[in-house]
Design a protein around this ligand. Structure first.
Ligand SMILES: C[S@@+](CC[C@H](N)C(=O)[O-])C[C@H]1O[C@@H](n2cnc3c(N)ncnc32)[C@H](O)[C@@H]1O
Length: 191
């Protein structure tokens, strides 16, 4: 892992272990850092992975790690502020956002603004536009920035969800959500 790129840590590992992808899925690894999540998806059978990050060095690092891990599926590498340069829809979107509550936004990898939710909430509001029918998304947060707030926002945005992973650390709990668009039941009218 390059010096200026987030090294796979306990959160990265919990998220990677919680991922399930359908065979031949198209995947967006947003905030890819070293590329750990997208590489895991390739190993789980994804047919294409788009690696995206605001940090251009993360993209170089992810490209290098794909080579080292002999990732054979289709790959794209895109510099993007969240979805700003993304033009496709995906079966699976993954994001391990910067989520540490912080007054100043000094560290791109970790600082999530005052409540730790700035980047996460921006992500949640947009992600639905980048899902194929039956698509789903995985993301990680800490108990420090409000599990209930996330559940409330997901419901408000019309998503269903389940908790895909949890891990208690010394002063926080890491939580992985899997979410998808709520299906509206079609009620056939009687003829
Ligand atoms: C906690 S690290 C996660 C890295 C990697 N996905 C992992 O699980 O180890 C957060 C990543 O999000 C990226 N990032 C932060 N803000 C972003 C934004 N607005 N758009 C895209 N990427 C962003 C950072 O550069 C960093 O690579």
């Amino acid at each position: 892992v390059f010096d200026s790129v987030y090294p796979p840590s306990e959160d990265s590992e919990l998220l990677a272990e919680s991922l399930r992808v359908p065979a031949d899925a198209s995947v967006l690894d947003l905030g890819c850092g070293s590329g750990i999540q997208g590489i895991q998806c390739a190993k789980l059978g994804a047919s294409s992975v788009t690696f995206a990050d605001l940090n251009p060095l993360a993209l170089r690092n992810a490209r290098q790690n794909c080579k080292k891990n002999a990732v054979k599926c289709q790959k794209k590498f895109m510099q993007s502020d969240l979805f700003s340069n993304i033009r496709e829809k995906f079966d699976v979107v993954i994001f391990n956002p910067p989520y540490v509550p912080s007054d100043a936004k000094k560290f791109l990898d970790t600082d999530g603004g005052k409540k730790g939710r700035e980047v996460l909430d921006r992500f949640l509001v947009r992600v639905g536009d980048f899902l194929l029918p039956d698509g789903s998304f995985f993301f990680l947060q800490t108990s420090l920035n409000g599990e209930n707030a996330t559940q409330k926002l997901l419901k408000h945005l019309g998503f269903e969800f389940r908790i895909a992973g949890r891990k208690k650390l010394f002063f926080e709990e890491l939580i992985v959500f899997k979410a998808w668009k709520k299906k509206h039941r079609v009620v056939k009218e009687k003829e």
